[in-house]
Design a binder for this molecule. Structure first.
Ligand SMILES: Nc1ncnc2c1ncn2[C@@H]1O[C@H](COP(=O)(O)OP(=O)(O)OP(=O)(O)O)[C@@H](O)[C@H]1O
Length: 317
């Protein structure tokens, strides 16, 4: 029985051992499972640590960026403030400009009215001027016609250095009566007096300018469209060239031709704004010893040829 007892106890113990072995196995399995869980967790922990490290670097860089942005923002804020101030000033200026633009526009309208009025008056004045110019031409020509369509002036030149003056005072005299003053000349020859009257007599003292005053009215007539002819006539050495051309190299002694040309070209210029247009044609003819040579029809090829033609009448005398 004690043997049975022992066998029984042994069986109980064997059962107990196997149950304990089962439990041990369970504990082992649990341990392995927990071990692998620990491994997983420590791996994850490692990952979290790494990501935290990365995040902290990123955080640093972001903080830096944020600081930079803040700085920039405050700079931009200042800029915006400055721009706002500028904008306010500009708006104020714009307001002022608008007011002054309005004033200017009003003033411009006033001026425009005034200009229109002036233009109207100018057109009126121009019309009157043209009418009056027409009347002046007519009256000028009437005066010249009344003075005589053909007028003869006499000019006595002074004695030249090599000419005797012993008898000069006795030969010429100029009557001073009311009727003939400035128009008559008396010549004494062999005790006889010969009286002549002209439209005007120029004494030896008369200047080129004085002679031109008489002639300029005829030049004006020519400019007004009337036909005019002025020529000098007289014996050799009597002063025709001097009267017509003047003394070369002495501008104050220039003759009728250069003075007339000046008047013609001055009038041409001064009348241009009033709408007058002048066409001036020059034609030069030489007459010497009954031979007429017309420069405008003779073919010339050089300045020398022209000089030759100009000298021809003088050479042929
Ligand atoms: N009014 C004057 N005052 C001063 N000198 C004059 C005057 N008129 C003429 N003379 C002089 O008298 C001289 C003769 O004049 P000029 O040559 O003009 O005469 P002319 O009539 O043209 O002669 P020609 O018929 O020979 O060509 C010139 O020396 C000129 O300078």
């Amino acid at each position: 029985s004690s043997q049975e007892e022992a066998i029984k106890q042994k069986d109980v113990l064997a059962t107990e051992v196997s149950s304990l072995r089962g439990e041990l196995q369970q504990v082992r399995d649990e341990r392995d499972r927990q071990l692998s869980q620990v491994q997983t967790l420590s791996y994850e922990l490692e990952k979290v640590k790494e990501s935290r490290k990365h995040s902290s670097t990123e955080l640093d860089s972001l903080t830096l960026k944020a600081n930079d942005m803040e700085e920039k923002c405050s700079f931009k804020d200042n800029q915006i403030k400055a721009l706002e101030e500028q904008l306010a000033t500009a708006e104020k200026k714009l307001q002022v400009s608008n007011i002054s633009a309005y004033e200017t526009r009003t003033e411009y309208k006033g001026q425009q009215k005034f200009v229109n009025e002036l233009q109207r008056r100018l057109a009126d004045a121009e019309y009157k001027l043209i009418e009056e110019e027409r009347l002046r031409k007519k009256l000028h020509n009437t005066i010249l016609e009344l003075k005589g369509n053909i007028r003869v002036f006499c000019r006595v030149r002074p004695l030249l250095a090599d000419e005797s003056c012993s008898t000069e005072g006795k030969i010429f005299s100029y009557p001073t009566s009311m009727e003939t003053s400035g128009r008559a000349i008396d010549l004494a020859q062999n005790g006889q007096k010969h009286s002549f009257t002209f439209d005007k007599v120029f004494t030896p003292e008369a200047s080129q300018e004085e002679v031109f005053v008489e002639i300029s009215q005829l030049v004006q007539s020519a400019l007004d469209g009337y036909k005019v002819c002025i020529f000098a006539y007289g014996q050799t050495w009597s002063g025709k060239t001097y009267t017509m051309m003047g003394r070369p190299g002495h501008p104050e002694e220039k003759g009728l031709i250069p003075r007339s040309l000046e008047q013609i070209f001055q009038t041409k210029q001064s009348q241009q704004p009033q709408g007058w247009k002048y066409e001036i044609i020059a034609d030069k003819v030489f007459l010497a010893k009954f031979t007429v040579s017309d420069l405008t029809v003779v073919d010339v090829h050089s300045a020398k040829e022209v000089a030759f033609l100009l000298n021809q009448p003088a050479n042929s005398r």
